[in-house]
Design a protein around this ligand. Structure first.
Ligand code: ME8
Length: 516
C-alpha cells in the first residue's frame, strides 16, 4: 500500500471574500498534493472554512443575516475559488458541520479529564480581527488613545468568566518537542521566533467565551462556547475521523505531514496546537510551514486601502497556469513578496512563452514538418546529447528533495535550468540546418529534444496541470504515462515512430493594450 501524505491549508474565516493570500496558501498545498500523488503517495489534501467566533458573527450582523445563512454563502465563495483555481483538495471542511462539533466537544472532554482546563475569569485585551488575546506589553497606543495589537488590529477590553488551558505547564515539553523534531517548524527563522517566544514564558490561555454564542457549546456548561481557535485547529483531526482514533482513516493520516499556514498564524499552530494535542494524549503534526506575506505594488493588502487582489480577475487577465506559476516562482517560498503587474508580465512572457513555450513549439513544429509528424528514430548519442538527456533525467531526484522542504522557487529554477539548457542545445545543434546537411543527425537532435520536453512536461504538472497536459497530449502520452514513474533515469523514454498531433502553442504571450 502506498505511503500516506496528509496536507492541510488553514481554514479561512468566512467574514469576507477570498483574496490572493488565501489562493496562495491553498495553491502551495495543491502543488504539494499533486506532486506527491504523481510520486505515488496516497494523498489527503484538506481545506475549508472557519465559521465560528465573534469576527464572523459581527460580519453576519453587518450583512443583516443570521450567521448560518451568512457562513453558507461565504463558504461557498471559497469552494468556488478552489474549483476555479483547479485545486485538487480531497475534502472541504466547515466548522459548522456536525462531525466537527462532535470532535470539538470530544477534545474538550479529553483536556478536562487530563486536568489541563480549569474555570476562572478573563480580564484583558482581545482583538476580534485576530481572534486573539494580548498582553498589555504587546500593545501600541496610537495618537487617538486606541490600542492596537502587533498585527495592527484594534483591541478591546474583555472581562468575563472563562475556562483556561494550562499552557504555562507546557513550556518545557514544547521546547523538548521542538528539539526532538528540528524540522517541525520551517523555515528555520520562524522556528527561532517560536522557540524564543516559548522560552519567554507562557501564560495560561483563555479557551471559552460567554459574551456571545456563535460557537461550539462547552460540554456540561452551556453558558460558554469554545474559543474559536481551539475549535478551528481541531478541524485537522475532525477531517480524519476524530474522535474515532481507532478508525482506519485516523490511523492512516494522523499525524498530518504538513500544516501550511501564513506567518500570521504560526503561534497558534506551532505552540497552542501541539500543546492541546499532547495534553489530549494525541500526536502532534509532523510539520508546520509558515510562508510569507504578499503586498500589492509595495502596499499592505487591505480592504480599507482598497487594493485587494481578486484571484479571479488575475486569472482572467493572465491565465490560470500563468498565475499559478508566477505566485510560486516570484518569491522564495517563506519570504514576503510583492505583487506587481510588471513582474507578472515579465515572467509570463519571458519564462513561460519564450523559454518553455518556444522550446516546445519549435521542436514539435520541426518534428511535425520534417519527420512526418512521428517521433524520429535517433542514431548514436553524442556527448552533448547525453548531457542534455542526463540533465532531464536527473531532475526528478533533485526536485524531490526541494519539494520536501517546500522550496517551490528552487524546484522551478531547477526545471528552468534544463529548459534553458535545451534552448541552448537547439541553437548549438541548429536542427534546421541539419535537415539538408545530415538528416539522420537531425532526427537524433529532435529525438533528444522531444524526450527532454516529455520529461519537463511530466514534472511541471503539479504547478501547471492544464498546460503540462496539453504538452503531454502533443507528445501522444497516455494517461498511464504521466505520473512520476514516467520521469527520471528509469523511465520509459519517448517511443520512436509514435504519431504526434499537429502542435499548438501552449503558452500565450501577454500583449499589453495600447496606452496600458
Ligand atoms: O487566520 N499574503 O483565517 P484567515 C499571504 N481562520 N497569505 C495570506 C495573506 C497575504 N496577504 N492574507 C491571507 C485565519 N493569507 C484562521 C485560520 S486555521 C486552523 C484557522 C493567508 O481567513 C495565509 O495563509 O484570516 C494566512 O495564514 C491565512 O490566509 C489567514 O486566513
Amino acid at each position: 500500500m502506498s505511503e500516506p501524505y496528509y496536507i492541510t491549508t488553514p481554514i479561512y474565516y468566512v467574514n469576507d471574500a477570498p483574496h490572493i493570500g488565501h489562493a496562495y496558501t491553498t495553491l502551495a498545498c495543491d502543488v504539494l498534493a499533486r506532486f506527491k500523488r504523481l510520486d505515488g503517495y496516497d494523498v489527503k489534501f484538506l481545506t475549508g472554512t472557519d465559521e465560528h467566533g465573534q469576527k464572523v458573527e459581527k460580519s453576519a450582523q453587518t450583512a443583516g443575516i443570521d450567521p448560518q445563512a451568512f457562513t453558507d454563502r461565504v463558504s461557498q465563495n471559497f469552494r468556488d475559488l478552489a474549483d476555479f483555481m483547479n485545486f485538487s483538495h480531497d475534502d472541504f471542511i466547515r466548522t459548522t458541520e456536525e462531525r466537527h462539533k462532535v470532535a470539538c466537544q470530544d477534545i474538550w472532554r479529553r483536556l478536562i479529564d487530563a486536568g489541563d482546563i480549569y474555570l476562572s475569569a478573563y480580564a484583558g485585551w482581545y482583538a476580534v480581527r485576530d481572534e486573539a488575546f494580548y498582553g498589555e506589553d504587546e500593545l501600541t497606543t496610537g495618537a487617538d488613545g486606541k490600542k492596537t495589537a502587533p498585527s495592527g488590529a484594534e483591541v478591546e477590553w474583555v472581562e468575563e468568566p472563562s475556562y483556561f488551558f494550562k499552557l504555562s505547564a507546557w513550556e518545557d515539553r514544547l521546547l523538548k518537542f521542538y528539539d526532538d523534531n528540528p524540522n517541525f517548524i520551517l523555515p528555520k527563522t520562524r522556528r527561532n521566533e517560536v522557540t524564543s517566544f516559548v522560552k519567554g514564558g507562557l501564560q495560561d490561555l483563555s479557551v471559552s467565551r460567554t459574551t456571545f454564542n456563535w460557537g461550539v457549546p462547552v460540554p456540561g456548561d452551556d453558558d460558554h462556547i469554545m474559543y474559536v481557535w481551539l475549535d478551528a485547529l481541531t478541524n485537522y483531526i475532525t477531517a480524519v475521523g476524530y474522535p474515532e482514533t481507532e478508525s482506519v482513516e485516523y490511523a492512516r493520516y494522523w499525524p498530518a505531514d504538513l500544516h501550511m499556514v501564513g506567518k500570521d498564524i504560526l503561534r497558534f499552530h506551532a505552540v497552542y496546537w501541539p500543546a492541546f494535542l499532547m495534553a489530549a494524549g494525541l500526536e502532534a503534526p509532523k510539520r508546520v510551514f509558515a510562508h510569507g506575506w504578499w503586498t500589492n505594488e509595495g502596499q499592505k493588502i487591505s480592504k480599507s486601502v482598497g487594493n485587494i487582489i481578486d484571484p479571479i480577475d488575475l486569472v482572467n487577465t493572465y491565465g490560470l497556469d500563468q498565475v499559478r506559476y508566477f505566485l510560486l516562482r516570484e518569491v522564495p517560498f517563506g519570504n514576503d513578496g510583492d505583487f506587481s503587474q510588471r513582474a507578472m508580465v515579465n515572467r509570463m512572457n519571458g519564462e513561460l512563452a519564450n523559454d518553455y513555450g518556444n522550446l516546445a513549439q519549435r521542436v514539435l513544429s520541426m518534428i511535425n514538418k520534417n519527420c512526418e509528424a512521428r517521433v524520429p528514430e535517433p542514431g548514436a548519442f553524442t556527448a552533448d546529447d547525453e548531457a542534455l538527456l542526463g540533465q532531464a533525467r536527473g531532475l526528478l531526484a533533485d526536485i524531490r528533495t526541494k519539494i520536501d522542504v517546500q522550496s517551490f522557487h528552487e524546484v522551478l529554477e531547477a526545471i528552468w535550468v534544463v529548459i534553458r539548457a535545451a534552448n541552448g542545445y537547439v541553437d548549438a545543434q541548429a536542427p534546421w540546418k541539419l535537415k539538408k546537411e545530415d538528416p539522420p543527425r537531425m532526427a537524433t537532435v529532435l529525438y533528444v529534444l522531444g524526450e527532454t520536453i516529455r520529461q519537463l512536461a511530466v514534472l511541471t504538472q503539479p504547478f501547471m496541470p492544464q498546460t503540462s497536459n496539453v504538452l503531454l497530449d502533443q507528445l501522444s502520452q497516455g494517461a498511464d504515462q504521466r505520473d512520476f514513474a514516467a520521469a527520471g533515469p528509469d523511465a520509459q523514454p519517448l517511443e520512436s515512430g509514435l504519431e504526434l498531433p499537429k502542435p499548438e502553442g501552449a503558452f500565450p504571450r501577454f500583449v499589453e493594450e495600447e496606452g496600458g
